[in-house]
Design a protein around this ligand. Structure first.
Ligand SMILES: Nc1ncnc2c1ncn2[C@@H]1O[C@H](COP(=O)(O)OP(=O)(O)OP(=O)(O)O)[C@@H](O)[C@H]1O
Ligand SMILES: [Mg+2]
Length: 506
């Protein structure tokens, strides 16, 4: 027995010795083998992978966490989760439902099954014996079978991000920004844009205009929002320009509100008169976000954008080149047409995607052709006076009617008289408070007849004035030619006298 123990002991010692030698000789290979064996064993009993998404990453809000939060909130409603929380994020139109801490839900994607869990950890902050407020550490853990690793990391996470982003975008409150320097001046910090919530009720349904034109615009907008791949295929920045022109009160500003509401985009109302120079314009552009509309209203009267070109033209005519350097340095410190052109479609304009630029004007003919050429302002939309089709929309909005016997009288009047939708709406809204539909329509007919009468009177007066001007012009021309004749006579007399006196002197 004693011998056998000694034998076993010596054998064990021998084995350990050999093991030591093997480890010395092949340490890495062995370790890998053991590790892989261990992994296989572990995978056999626990074949799952876990991904943790923290609320904060590197001290900043983790964007992925936010999107996961939104995505799971929507999923939880249909997935039978029992413990939920309702929240109202600052920038959201509606409340949001999110998973309560410790709650789990199952999601499925392309055959992969994923278990999500919401976690919260409270950390006591005891530094140097001083006790401060405990901090909360929130996170989500996602557990899935390791055979789905590729689907999850390659597609599922991207899908969650996109869905979350889309839900957030749908629920976000729209904002309208303006480049008012007052707040920056008061706070003594550079804040290029200040904003308030945008709550304009205008929609394409309430916008009175030719229905075919309206449909064309809506289709154009839809094509634009879906055009990400197309724009990248043709190598163009993903943006589109609209020029809205027409007389006052024809709905240009209302159209902007309707577009913003249709697309759920924010509006950046750019006041050019507050922009110091081209550099500031560039900075303002850089501070705008994607999915937004940059608006410049009444572009023809914002700033003198044609000044430089006119000066150059004059210089060419007079042949004066001395002031070249002066004007160049001046233009660098000013807002110029070229600065604005660069703003619209220079290299910088491609920063941020999916943006719409809208100009409005009452005088399209006053604008520099370069500013509104296709490519910069892709679609030119004329907002015209109120015709019958547009009137029907207003009647529906303001009076809630789609037809009425008085429409027959209104229709021909609207085709003859140039009345803006604003004026038509005004007469409908005013009378609506004091009387019924018929009174409103009769009053509109009255206004239209008066406007027609006035238009006839104005055109007679204009014709009379034109005739008067032409008579006066002719009279003046006659007078001028008489004067010329008189002066020629005088000159002739003088020269004959002069020649005679010269001859006498000789
Ligand atoms: N086409 C329209 N459809 C519906 N409402 C309209 C339309 N045009 C004008 N209105 C009404 O008239 C008011 C003035 O319209 P809006 O400010 O859009 O005109 P505008 O063309 O921008 O005028 P301006 O050239 O003076 O800026 C709006 O409050 C709106 O209610
Ligand atoms: Mg306007």
């Amino acid at each position: 027995m004693g011998a056998s123990l000694t034998e076993v002991g010596s054998r064990l010692a021998g084995l350990l010795f050999t093991w030591g030698i093997i480890q010395q000789l092949f340490p890495q290979i062995l370790r890998r083998r053991i590790e892989s064996f261990w992994n296989r064993l572990e995978n056999y009993f626990y074949p799952y992978v876990q991904i943790t998404i923290d609320e904060f990453s590197n001290g900043k809000n983790n964007e992925i966490y936010r999107h996961v939060d939104t995505y799971l909130g929507t999923k939880s409603i249909h997935n039978g989760a029992k413990y939920l929380k309702a929240e109202k994020p600052d920038n959201s139109k509606s409340f949001a439902v999110i998973l309560d801490e410790g709650e789990e839900i199952i999601d499925e994607f392309q055959g992969a099954r994923l278990c999500w869990r919401s976690n919260k950890e409270t950390i006591d902050n005891n530094s140097h014996g001083r006790k401060s407020q405990p901090t909360e550490k929130k996170s989500y853990t996602m557990t899935f079978n390791q055979q789905d690793r590729e689907i999850v990391t390659g597609k599922y996470l991207k899908h969650v991000m996109e869905e979350g982003r889309a839900i957030e975008f749908k629920n976000k409150k729209q904002r309208i920004y303006c480049n008012d320097n007052l707040i920056s001046w008061i706070l003594r910090v550079y804040r290029p844009w200040s904003h308030i919530n945008f709550e304009h009720p205008a929609t394409f349904d309430t916008l009175a205009m030719d229905p075919r034109k309206k449909e064309e615009i809506i289709n154009d907008l839809i094509a634009f929002t879906k055009g990400k791949d197309y724009y990248s295929k043709v190598g163009k920045a993903w943006k589109r320009g609209y020029l809205l022109y027409g007389p006052p009160g024809t709905g240009k500003s209302t159209m902007i509100a309707a577009i913003a509401n249709f697309l759920n985009y924010d509006i950046y109302d750019l006041e050019l008169t507050s922009v110091k120079d081209n550099l500031e314009l560039k900075k303002l552009l850089m501070e705008t976000t994607s999915k937004s509309i940059i608006v410049i209203e009444d572009i023809d009267c914002s700033v003198d954008l044609t000044g430089k070109r006119e000066k150059e033209k004059k210089k060419e005519e007079t042949g004066d080149s001395d002031s070249d350097s002066d004007s160049d340095s001046e233009s660098q410190n000013k807002l110029t047409l070229s600065g604005l052109l660069n703003f619209i479609d220079g290299i910088w304009s491609a920063c941020g995607q999916e943006r719409i630029i809208i100009f409005t004007t009452n005088h399209v003919d006053k604008l520099d052709p370069a500013l509104i050429r296709r490519g910069r302002m892709d679609m030119h939309i004329e907002m015209s006076y109120c015709r019958y089709e547009a009137f029907k929309v207003l009647a529906k909005n303001y009076l809630g009617i789609e037809t009425h016997p008085l429409f027959q009288e209104i229709q021909p009047l609207l085709e003859e008289v140039n009345m803006s939708p604003c004026d038509v709406a005004e007469s409908l809204i005013l009378k609506n408070t004091s009387g019924g539909t018929e009174i409103c329509l009769n009053n509109l007919i009255q206004s239209l007849k008066e406007a027609k009468e006035k238009a006839i009177q104005d055109s007679i007066e204009a014709k009379e004035k034109a005739i008067q001007d032409s008579i006066e012009g002719k009279e003046k021309a006659n007078r001028d030619s008489e004067q010329v004749k008189e002066e020629t006579k005088k000159t002739k007399k003088f020269s004959t006298k002069f020649i005679r006196s010269c001859v006498r002197l000789k």
